[in-house]
Design a binder for this molecule. Structure first.
Ligand SMILES: Nc1ncnc2c1ncn2[C@@H]1O[C@H](COP(=O)(O)OP(=O)(O)OP(=O)(O)O)[C@@H](O)[C@H]1O
Ligand SMILES: [Mg+2]
Length: 368
């Protein structure tokens, strides 16, 4: 297995830049997820790592070796595609062993490797069955088996669960992560599904329009989004934004939004941008009759243990996640309290997070 290092990677198709100066390191044995909306450049990045597409600029290092100009088959990488094309006329054993046969490995050795791989995937009881009779999950496992049997330096997966229904998808997410915990293969996994990313990744890169907006652990990305795009893309429902003007002066202990004072940990330096947004996740809002930040109940979405409540304020809808037991009627007036340790601040124009001392204090408070 090997580390993947991507340096200033760039890809242009004519005048259109699909990937802009990407930089990231996938450490040896890490499960890395590239997450972003359709067309943001995920597949293009993956294809460059695989050697299926030549970069316009930058380097790709695999285990410390510069492979930027090497062909795909000289990179020792396994690419798992969305559509698992198995050989329908071959049984499971032959399907898994096929890449080794193609390499010219002796049959006794193939047998051993195939059996070991099948055990790892818990499909050893199916080895002599035909793949055409298999259930979807077992077919996926055979396809994975075919990828891991070669023991490549790393795995690249492009939305491998894209076509599955939700229930089955959840199962495969769990299964893939389990497999990773057992074999610790360096993996780059591409998806547009934030839940998949959050539940599988050691590290995530969130991409938008060819740019990596943030690189970090799922927790870092959720708790301290670097941009409004990331704050909005991650989380369901996404982070709420409340606009305010005037910037923040050193020593400030509150922000005025919609005429209500929101207490914040003391600001230790001047924050210049005039147009800002305060970001708060739905689960960090409480109902509080005493609060001056007010609105009317617009609708509720019951989720069993919690409910998502949409509150219409003068500045638009704010969504709160509160215990399901609270009874609320449409039109009812409520006050909202925002958990001050959980606030994010953004410059509205650039969308970038404004880092002030208050964020460090808040982070300390969160991580104990
Ligand atoms: N061969 C090509 N020629 C021209 N433009 C391309 C080519 N390949 C990709 N693009 C463009 O580059 C951008 C990024 O494409 P890419 O396939 O990497 O996106 P993606 O993030 O994988 O999206 P999706 O989630 O839809 O798979 C898109 O706007 C796409 O139209
Ligand atoms: Mg794609």
């Amino acid at each position: 297995m090997a580390e993947i290092r991507v340096q200033n990677l760039r890809k242009a198709f004519g005048a259109f830049v699909a990937v802009q100066d990407s930089n990231f390191v996938v450490e040896d044995g890490e499960f890395f997820v590239m997450l972003g909306p359709s067309g943001c450049g995920k597949t293009t990045t993956l294809r460059m790592i695989a050697g299926l597409e030549l970069p316009t600029g930058g380097q790709i290092l695999l285990g410390g070796e510069d492979v930027t100009m090497r062909r795909a088959r000289e990179r020792d990488i396994a690419f798992v595609f969305q559509l698992f094309a198995l050989y329908p006329h071959m049984n499971v054993r032959k399907n898994i062993g096929f890449p080794l046969l193609a390499q010219g490995m002796p049959s006794a050795e193939i047998r051993g490797r195939v059996e070991e791989t099948a055990k790892l995937l818990r499909i050893d009881h199916l080895l002599d069955k035909s793949v055409s009779g298999l259930a979807g999950g077992d077919r996926q496992r055979v396809a994975l088996g075919r990828a891991i049997v070669r023991r490549p330096k790393c795995f690249l997966m492009d939305e491998p669960l894209g076509t599955l229904d939700t229930e089955f998808r959840d199962l495969m997410v769990h299964e893939l992560r389990e497999l990773h915990n057992r074999i610790h293969a360096t993996t780059v996994y591409v998806t547009h599904d934030q839940m998949e990313a959050m539940s599988m990744a050691d590290k995530i890169a969130v991409m938008n329009h060819g740019v990596i907006e943030q690189f970090g652990t799922p927790r870092e990305i959720y708790d301290r989004p670097a941009t409004m795009f990331v704050a909005d893309f991650i989380g369901s429902p996404p982070m709420n934004f409340l606009g305010f003007g005037g910037g923040l002066a050193k020593g400030a202990k509150e922000i005025v939004v919609q005429g209500a004072k929101v207490p914040v940990p003391e600001v230790r330096e001047d924050v210049a941008p005039a147009e800002m947004a305060l970001g708060i996740r739905p689960e960090h809002i409480r109902f509080d009759d005493g609060s001056k930040l007010r609105g009317a109940i617009y609708g509720t979405e019951y989720l069993g243990t919690t409910q998502i409540v949409a509150v219409e304020t003068v500045d638009g809808i704010i969504k709160a996640r509160v215990p399901a037991g609270i009874h609320l009627s449409p039109g009812e007036q409520v006050g909202l309290t925002l958990s001050s340790a959980r606030l994010s601040l953004f410059e509205k124009g650039s969308g970038r997070a404004v880092r002030t001392a208050m964020h460090d204090q808040a982070a300390e408070a969160r991580h104990g």
